[in-house]
Write a protein that binds this ligand. Structure first.
Ligand SMILES: [Zn+2]
Length: 326
């Protein structure tokens, strides 16, 4: 049985239930906490976050994967208290959104150093919180090409995944051939990797989905709700129906097992206004009704949010995630 670290302790992969695989309790650029204009009191952060997670739980949501990683506002003590108050499982990430959001301290970090850092956060804990990471975040820096630091982070993530059993999620699925080559060179089965944001507006035409799927990788439809129909859409937005039909192509062609679905919403953005009108609950309030209206049955919806997630977290190799550094 595979055990998955939530910030409050490990649970079985089969107990994760309805899961959104890529979300943020609060995401900001490194240093945003130093900008007086954007300081948020603890009260304000709770006020913005708790109702969204309570609504998620009322809709039937059980697990929230926080894809924030190191340097972008990750705060484990705070996540622990939110998980306690709402009953939603929160899974924290080690790793980085990308080399370009890693603070200078990590700029020259070696693969070995990064591997040790990730494994420590997965098996011993993050800081002094006692909470352990349950997933590894990597990503492509701005410019749609993996940088040397990005690639060292990918290689370290592969080694940490092999050592602990934790899966990997990527920020952006562009430059996939380079990523696949590095991950395979480290000996990592690509079923352990979710290539995220394959559905966003700026990545279209730049993602080799066939290459990812044929290598065994998973495709992330994880920016649901960033629709160009919003009053003030972000630059990565996409027309709602275009994204929906993109997902439907996988479902209609019998490839529902290849995709994972999420909203990438920020409960309480740090240092930026966030995107108004977009929350994790888009999944329940818009996407699932759209799927039902298009004839997608409940078994397929459960597969997307429950079965595929459990499968993604389940390792065939011995589970060492919770056997070290207790
Ligand atoms: Zn994200």
């Amino acid at each position: 049985m595979t055990r998955v670290n939530t910030v409050l302790g490990p649970i079985a992969a089969q107990q994760l239930g309805f899961t959104s695989i890529h979300e943020h309790i609060g995401y900001g650029m490194p240093g945003s906490e130093l900008d007086t204009r954007w300081w948020k009191t603890p009260e304000q952060r709770y006020e913005e976050t708790i109702p969204k997670l309570r609504a998620f739980a009322e809709h039937g949501g059980q697990t929230f994967v926080d894809a924030t990683g190191i340097c972008n506002g990750r705060d484990i003590d705070y996540y622990q208290s939110i998980a306690e108050k709402t009953g939603v499982n929160i899974i924290a990430a080690t790793g980085f959104v990308g080399g370009d959001t890693a603070l200078k301290h990590f700029a020259e970090a070696s693969v070995e150093y990064l591997t040790d850092q990730f494994v420590h956060e997965l098996t011993v804990g993050i800081g002094t919180s006692g909470g352990k990471a349950g997933i590894i975040k990597v990503g492509v820096s701005r410019g749609f090409k993996l940088t040397a630091l990005d690639l060292r982070i990918y290689r370290a993530a592969a080694r940490a995944s092999l050592a602990t059993g934790a899966p990997i999620i990527t920020h952006l699925a562009v430059d996939a051939a380079t990523a696949i080559e590095a991950l395979q060179d480290e000996g990592l089965p690509l079923t352990r990797v979710l290539f995220g944001h394959a559905d966003d507006g700026v990545s279209q035409g730049k993602v080799d989905e066939e290459g990812i799927v044929s290598a065994g990788g998973r495709i992330g439809f994880d920016t649901f709700g960033y629709d160009l129909e919003l009053p003030d859409p972000p630059f990565w937005g996409r027309h709602r129906d275009e994204r929906f039909q993109h997902l439907m192509r996988y479902l209609r062609s019998g490839q529902a097992d290849k995709v994972l679905v999420a909203a990438d919403a920020n409960c309480s953005p740090l240092g930026w206004p966030g995107v108004k009108g977009h929350t994790i609950n888009y999944l329940f309030e818009q996407l699932i009704p759209d799927l039902r209206q298009d004839g997608v049955d409940d078994a397929t919806i459960d597969q997307l949010f429950i079965g595929n997630v459990a499968d993604f977290f389940t390792t065939s190799t011995p589970d060492t995630l919770n056997s070290e550094g207790k």
